[in-house]
Structure formats: structure tokens, C-alpha cells
Write a protein that binds this ligand. Structure first.
Ligand SMILES: NC(=O)c1ccc[n+]([C@@H]2O[C@H](COP(=O)([O-])OP(=O)(O)OC[C@H]3O[C@@H](n4cnc5c(N)ncnc54)[C@H](O)[C@@H]3O)[C@@H](O)[C@H]2O)c1
Length: 335
């Protein structure tokens, strides 16, 4: 892709949005042209660092003709309210997870998008990691046979301070976070198990607030029935000190795969090459060195690497006039 066709990106919301700015700088074919935040401190600091235009008023950003894509990184319950005006201003959009906290609002965005020639993508960076892509491929090719069970644990930890202060107090609320450990931290896992195993048909669950002074929940447990007949379980929490890795186990009538975060634990698929395949997969993706700090305990450990591929994909989607890799439809975590 030549330097002459760089797509102009802007980021609105400069918490997680800072990682978007870094990812845009790294992504081929993308150029960071503007930043937007109502918090002047955050805005001015970031504008100094990246040397780009700074807007306090989102409507002014929408009028900037250099901006072709807006990355929406504001509190979750504001996403669609900011995405629809962007689409109506003919801007392409990349929306942080979750696309919004109400599926009806996501449907409104999908409907609006049909009337404009813009690309609409979402962030679920777990779908871009090599191990997750291999697992998805094995399941799609039917290598595990008939799926029987999909089970996920997210035993994370957040200090009370995470939910406090000007940028913490929307977290764990119903109207801006749409919940707590499930909607905020757990939504990547919700997305991943449905990306692997298909849509969930019914859920029986319970939740509560146990260790934080928040409105919504800091622990959920659910039994899931997938449309394909598989049974599943899901647990999310921000109470499991000091924050342990996400664990996912998938088994079918032809084999089992289990992983801890991005490290493969088990790859056992019946067949003549069972042993060789297991060895190869464990060599590629098995546990290696001890991990440092991860998002299990520190939300800011998320980094920008998973976002670079999604931004490069948006650049290509615009140039090639095709759908982005993670569409808004596919990022809707409820049917
Ligand atoms: N992909 C990931 O792994 C990941 C990780 C963390 C957060 N997120 C998502 O990113 C989003 C933001 O989370 P965060 O932790 O950065 O929150 P945050 O509160 O730190 O940042 C949000 C920013 O939006 C700004 N903002 C609010 N209203 C605005 C408006 N009208 N115009 C312009 N700016 C406005 C706020 O001032 C704030 O700086 C959430 O949806 C969250 O789920 C994703």
C-alpha cells in the first residue's frame, strides 16, 4: 500500500483511545489526524504527544474533512449515540467493545449504516491472535466433531480505585457500562465463545456484588445452551485476587482443546496424527515463560498490538470496498 493513499483516522475518548492512537501510528496505510475528548487535560496532553488536531467538541470533529475513520472509545453506553452521527457525517467507524450495552441500539446503528456508504467495524482483538484463529479454524472444519461443551472462566481482579474518579465512576453502572464484570471485562470472553461455538440460545444465570462498592455486579455465573446443542458455562468476576488468567475448555465427540489466555494447555484431536499434532501445537502455542502483568489484574496492560491488525483491516476494507473483518453484526453479543 503506497504512502500516497493514507486513510485519516481520529480517536474520540482518550483512555483506551490512547492505545488506538498508538495502533494507528503503527498501522500501514493509516494516518492519525485528530483526537477528541471532553476532558481538556487528557486532550491537551495527548495532542502535545501526537502533534495532531485536538477537538473538545465531537460535532466539530465530525465536520473535519481530513477525518475518514473515527475510532469510538468513549464509555460503552455512549458508543451508538456517537456512532450514528458519525455515519450520518459519512465517516467510517471502528467501535470499541462492547459495540453498545443494548442490542436494540446496535440494531439502530446497523439499520442506519445501510443508508450510507461507510464501513462499520468493531474491536474484539481476541479474534486476531494466532492461537484463537487456529482454534476457530479447527472447530469450523469439524475437527472436534459434534460440539458438546464450551466452558469459560474469567477470574480477574480490579481494585476499588478502578471504579472511582472521573474516569472510573461510569464503570460498574447499569446505564453506561451495562453491567460490570460480564459486560465490561467478560465481553471479550462472551464474544470468543460465540465466535468459536456459535450463538447461545438460552442462558440461566445469577450475579451479585461481592467485593466492590458498585451498582451492577462483580461476579456472574451462567449455564449456556448453544444453538448447536452444546452446553456451556461462563463465570466472570473482578473479585479474584490477584487476577488469574482466562481459561477456556472446548470439547466435542472427537477431541478437546483447552487454553489459558493465549497459551495452549490441551490439543487432543482423535486421529492417526494425534500425537504429532499435539506436539506441534504445544510447541507453537504452549506455555513458555512465566507471564508478566496482564489485563487479569491491570486494565492498562491491554496494549495496542491486537488493535493494529483491526485498523489495517479497516484501511483495506475502505480501499477494496469490502466489509471489515469484525462487522457490527458479528460483534453483537446477543441475537
Ligand atoms: N479492547 C479492549 O481490550 C478494551 C480495554 C479497555 C477499555 N475498552 C473499552 O473502551 C471504552 C472506554 O473505556 P476506558 O477505560 O478508556 O474509559 P475512560 O473513562 O478512561 O475513557 C473514556 C473517555 O471518553 C471521554 N468522553 C466521554 N464523553 C465524551 C464526549 N461526549 N466526547 C468526547 N469524549 C468523551 C472521557 O472524558 C474519557 O476520557 C469502553 O467502551 C471500554 O469497554 C476496551
Amino acid at each position: 500500500m503506497g504512502k500516497d493513499r493514507e486513510i485519516g483516522f481520529a480517536v474520540v475518548g482518550l483512555g483506551m483511545g490512547i492505545y488506538h492512537a498508538d495502533a494507528i501510528l503503527e498501522a500501514k496505510g493509516a494516518k492519525l489526524v485528530a483526537l477528541c475528548d471532553v476532558d481538556e487535560n487528557r486532550l491537551n496532553k495527548a495532542a502535545d504527544r501526537y502533534k495532531v488536531k485536538a477537538y473538545k467538541d465531537y460535532n466539530e470533529l465530525l465536520r473535519d474533512s481530513e477525518v475518514e475513520v473515527i475510532n469510538i472509545c468513549t464509555p460503552s453506553g455512549m458508543h451508538v449515540d456517537m456512532a450514528i452521527p458519525a455515519v450520518k457525517a459519512n465517516k467510517n467507524i471502528i467501535v470499541e467493545k462492547p459495540v453498545d450495552i443494548k442490542s436494540e441500539k446496535i440494531d439502530m446503528l446497523i439499520e442506519t449504516g445501510k443508508n450510507y456508504k461507510v464501513k462499520m467495524g468493531a474491536i474484539f482483538q481476541s479474534r486476531t491472535t494466532p492461537l484463537n484463529k487456529r482454534i476457530k479454524d479447527a472447530i469450523d472444519k469439524g475437527r472436534l466433531g459434534k460440539l458438546i461443551g464450551i466452558h469459560a472462566l474469567l477470574p480477574w481482579y480490579r481494585e476499588q480505585s478502578y471504579y472511582q474518579g472521573p474516569h472510573g465512576n461510569w464503570k460498574g453502572t447499569w446505564n453506561l457500562d451495562g453491567g460490570g464484570s460480564l459486560m465490561n471485562q467478560g465481553v471479550h470472553t462472551v464474544d470468543l465463545i460465540q465466535w468459536f461455538g456459535g450463538r447461545v440460545k438460552s442462558v440461566f444465570g445469577a450475579f451479585g456484588v461481592f467485593a466492590h462498592d458498585i451498582e451492577a455486579e462483580d461476579k456472574t455465573s451462567a449455564v449456556l445452551k448453544f444453538e448447536n446443542g452444546a452446553l456451556g458455562t461462563l463465570m466472570t468476576t473482578t473479585c479474584a485476587y490477584p487476577g488469574l488468567s482466562q481459561y477456556i475448555l472446548i470439547h466435542g465427540d472427537n477431541g478437546t482443546i483447552a487454553k489459558e489466555e493465549d497459551q495452549l494447555q490441551t490439543w487432543k484431536i482423535k486421529g492417526q496424527n494425534e500425537k504429532e499434532e499435539e506436539t506441534e501445537m504445544l510447541n507453537l502455542y504452549g506455555p513458555k515463560e512465566k507471564r508478566g502483568i496482564t489485563t487479569a489484574s491491570d486494565p492498562m496492560a491491554v496494549g495496542a498490538s491486537g488493535h493494529v491488525g483491526i485498523i489495517e483491516d479497516m484501511v483495506k476494507a475502505i480501499i477494496e470496498d469490502r466489509e471489515p473483518m469484525i462487522t457490527i453484526e458479528s460483534a453483537k453479543t446477543r441475537s
